[in-house]
Design a protein around this ligand. Sequence first.
Ligand code: TYM
Length: 331
Amino acid sequence: MIQDKKIVFSGVQPSGNLTIGNYLGAIKNFSRFSDDYKTFYCVVDLHAITVRQVPAELRRRTYETLALYMACGLDEKKNTLFVQSHVPAHAELGWILDCYTMFGELSRMTQFKDKSAKHSQNINAGLFTYPSLMAADILLYQTDLVPVGIDQKQHLELSRDIAMRFNQIYGDTFTVPEGYISTDTMKIMSLAEPTSKMSKSDPNQNAVVYILDSKDDIIRKFKKAVTDSDSEIRFSEDKPGVSNLITIYGAFTGKSVEEVEREFAGRGYGDFKLAVGEACADGLAPVREEFARLMADKAHLEAVMKSGADEAAYYARKTMSKVRRKIGFVN
Ligand code: TYM
């Protein structure tokens, strides 16, 4: 099989219910590459266990994340959709890359610092070496482009450094990947604390809108969203709550910031929040419907993960045999 298309890889952890941050920052953008690139979209369950998971929930969320990929428009015939632990080469290359990643580099990762503060009882080695496994995911497929939200930029830069370091020692082995960060929606903020990222692990349910929330829940959450004490609907650094709502409304309606500001000039926050809630709920309705349909047919999801893993393993094998030879492992 000759591969002349450029390669896209991205992944989502099945570690919680997915949010509109995951949707707008990452998954919604994935399908734009399906026609012109060879695309790999992975459910990264090995990454998810860096934080303690309830086994039955992890299993259920793995199916759900795959179904959400498909419900968000990823056709399994045009995209390779698979589960990370089904392709053991991820763990194997992850270990190898651990040996080319420096302690100091991993210590500087802000996600490690944040997560170790949050999970102080379980600062395990996997949490620390998480970025080398992420580099393995990306480098295994000779990836050119990685669509992600801005929170993954530091990990992506480390992946590039690891690739360049390896290439420098052993000669050209890995493609050095570029990030694809969609500027408008690269960081959707919490509705309760608009200076922090909206996160699937946030315990405050009102701070987070999940892709699968009901219309009523979505509207209720936006009605409660924190704004500020004046009443002007304007995008500005000193108005993080309102700016976040403008971003979300723009993303669901396709309108620019200026168009949104014009539409709501002279109107109150109440009106605006209701409109944002409705646009979001209506935009997600088809995803919710398609998700329910897909989840009702587990056998089909299993067939998709199986053929995705077979396809991914084929590409992974090519990289692994090159890596093993270069390092000096006996064939
Ligand atoms: P994860 O599971 O935390 O998030 C999945 C994707 O959603 C993006 N994202 C956001 N974008 C905008 N606003 C937000 N509030 C928001 N929250 C999350 C993330 O940037 C990400 O693109 N380490 C990765 C998973 C991973 C991966 C990979 C990604 C593992 N291996 C290889 C790309 C390539 C993560 O934890 O994503």
